[in-house]
Design a protein around this ligand. Structure first.
Ligand code: HEM
Length: 526
């Protein structure tokens, strides 16, 4: 009865007071913890500075201080640059030149902006073969895999992947018919008469890679496709683009569980990655069972890997380690290759009002199917798209294992070093007066318009960490492009204004650089 006498406002007030108290309590705990961490960090920084100062000059390689924006405590270089930082990089290169440094998310980032600077990845191959080992990679991948792994295990798995790719490429006929079949199936799955979403290219690529790895179509496996899509969303976002992550991340890192359990998006991302990894582990278990029963098919990656004595002899080798390598192959292969195809078909649909695609169609129609792959106009198109829109514009961060000197500047051990491929591939010194323009003819020379592959176009990066999937990606891009140009004429669906095309061309800000999604009208050529 007593309760009935309580006015609802009183209840509301009591609730608010409790909520306020809770907020105050949590804030106090957080602030105290942050204070402790900050002082811990300050102490560490002082110790680090002291030990650096104590290093004798002879121990350190000579070299000037790297140029770059200033850096403040806590916020780093954030106030002097813009986010997303990738969009600011051209400005940084203009201000500071071929190589510069900035501080973000508590780390020292070194941007290599020219081909000469990027050569450091070859020249200091071993010293720069490290990868930053952040909280994410430790917690989710445990140092395994190709993209973030290091040391002898990474080297051995890379060799294994290289050998597998050369082996399937040596049965080129089989590989090509798998790709043709997949393209045909993916096209048949489109709604007849409707414009085709640019996501078609992701579907084709995912299906091809999935078949190479598991011997089945990805589209037939809903469990896989939904998990892959969730992980792709993470890859397409750049976690360093926001203030919260670029500035607060190092402090949140001090409380990994807080980071994982409080930040909803991070938790969802972690869950998606774990689900995809557990799906891959199931496939590995099935491959093991098939192999033990003698019913396996060792032409697929997963079967070849579970039967490999070389991999089995690796220290701490496990199914979960192999799952991370397969995860890297799936993710590494899908978004990059499909991004390139999306750019290609955007240009085909828009460049020179369609005259350009008609020219290519004529070139390909005059050739046999085998010769089409080497057609100069086609090679020039693919090379120009990869030059202007490298799918991984800043590759993956490398980590300097020791102090090195690049172009006369000292790069400190522990720095996150990345090749700024987008900048280097738009150098006017190398690519002429209009490097930002789409002009495939720049790669055609001589009276017959011969194509010569330029060594300067390096969208797959260079050095011991360069992309192991380069040859596979090139074959896939070539086959899909030839086949579609020979069959269809393309235009963008909807109200196509120059502003709309410019917006599509701006692309995404994530780790992988794709055009914004578009719809393609594909008219069969008769
Ligand atoms: C157009 C397509 C592709 C492009 C432009 C591309 C580009 C790149 C780049 C720039 C890197 C980072 C190199 C560095 O850190 O310096 C990389 C790494 C990697 N790529 Fe690709 N890639 C493509 C397709 C593929 C395919 C088809 C596969 C799988 C078969 C693949 C698997 C990987 C893996 C596993 C790594 C990590 C290698 C390591 O750290 O040792 N990529 N790729």
């Amino acid at each position: 009865m007593d309760q009935l006498n309580v006015h609802p406002y009183d209840l509301l007030l009591a609730d608010s007071a409790i909520a306020l108290l809770k907020i105050l309590l949590v804030s106090t705990i957080l602030l105290t913890a942050a204070g402790c961490t900050a002082s811990k960090l300050r102490r560490k920084l002082r110790q680090k500075r002291k030990s650096i100062a104590e290093e004798s000059a002879t121990d350190r390689p000579a070299g000037r201080e790297l140029p770059g924006p200033p850096s403040l405590p806590v916020v780093g270089s954030y106030p002097f640059m813009q986010l997303p930082y990738r969009r600011w990089l051209p400005e940084g290169a203009r201000l500071y030149g071929e190589i510069f440094v900035f501080q973000l998310a508590g780390n020292c980032w070194v941007s290599l902006n020219s081909l000469k600077a990027i050569d450091a990845l070859k020249e200091h191959g071993e010293a720069l073969s490290g990868r930053p080992q952040g909280l994410w990679s430790k917690k989710l991948f445990n140092g395994n895999g190709l993209a973030l792994g290091e040391g002898p295990a990474w080297r051995k798995q890379r060799q294994f992947v290289h050998r597998f790719i050369s082996q399937i490429r040596s049965h080129r006929g089989n590989l090509e018919s798998l790709m043709h079949e997949e393209l045909q199936l993916s096209l048949e799955e489109q709604v007849p008469g409707e414009p085709v979403p640019s996501e078609l290219f992701t579907r084709i690529t995912a299906n091809i890679v999935f078949r190479i790895i598991f011997g089945q179509r990805a589209s037939d496996n809903q469990n896989f496709t939904s998990r892959l899509e969730a992980v792709q969303t993470i890859v397409q976002k750049d976690i360093y683009s926001s203030f919260a992550t670029s500035v607060l991340l190092p402090y949140l890192m001090a409380f990994p569980n807080l980071l994982f359990y409080l930040v909803k998006k991070t938790r969802a991302a972690q869950r998606s990655i774990k689900l995809l990894l557990s799906f891959i582990e199931d496939q590995i278990r099935q491959a093991n069972q098939l192999s033990n029963s003698g019913c396996g098919d060792a032409t697929f990656f997963v079967e070849t890997a579970v039967n490999s004595a070389e991999l089995a002899s690796m220290e701490n080798y496990s199914d979960s380690g192999l799952a991370v390598t397969i995860f890297d192959l799936l993710i590494g292969a899908t978004d990059t290759t499909s991004s390139c195809l999306k750019w290609i078909f955007l240009y085909l649909a828009t460049h020179r009002n369609g005259d350009y695609q008609d020219e290519l169609f004529k070139e390909l129609s005059a050739l046999t199917a085998a010769d089409c792959q080497e057609a100069p106009g086609l090679r020039a198109l693919i090379t120009e798209v990869l030059r202007l829109h490298p799918p991984l514009p800043t590759a993956i961060n490398h980590c300097a294992k020791e102090d090195i000197v690049v172009l006369g500047y000292r790069v400190p051990a522990g720095a996150w070093v990345f090749p700024n491929l987008r900048e280097a591939l738009r150098s006017s010194t190398v690519f002429g007066a209009a490097p930002d323009q789409f002009d495939p003819a720049r790669f055609l020379t001589g009276p017959g318009g011969q194509f010569k592959k330029p060594a300067e176009v390096i969208p797959f990066s260079v050095g011991p960490r360069s992309c192991p999937g380069e040859r596979l990606a090139e074959l896939q891009i070539t086959l899909v492009t030839v086949e579609l140009i020979r069959r269809y004429r393309f235009r963008l669906a909807g109200d196509v204004t120059p502003e709309y095309v410019a917006r599509l061309m701006e692309g995404s800000d994530g780790l992988v650089w794709s055009p914004k999604n578009y719809q393609l009208v594909m008219e069969p050529r008769v």
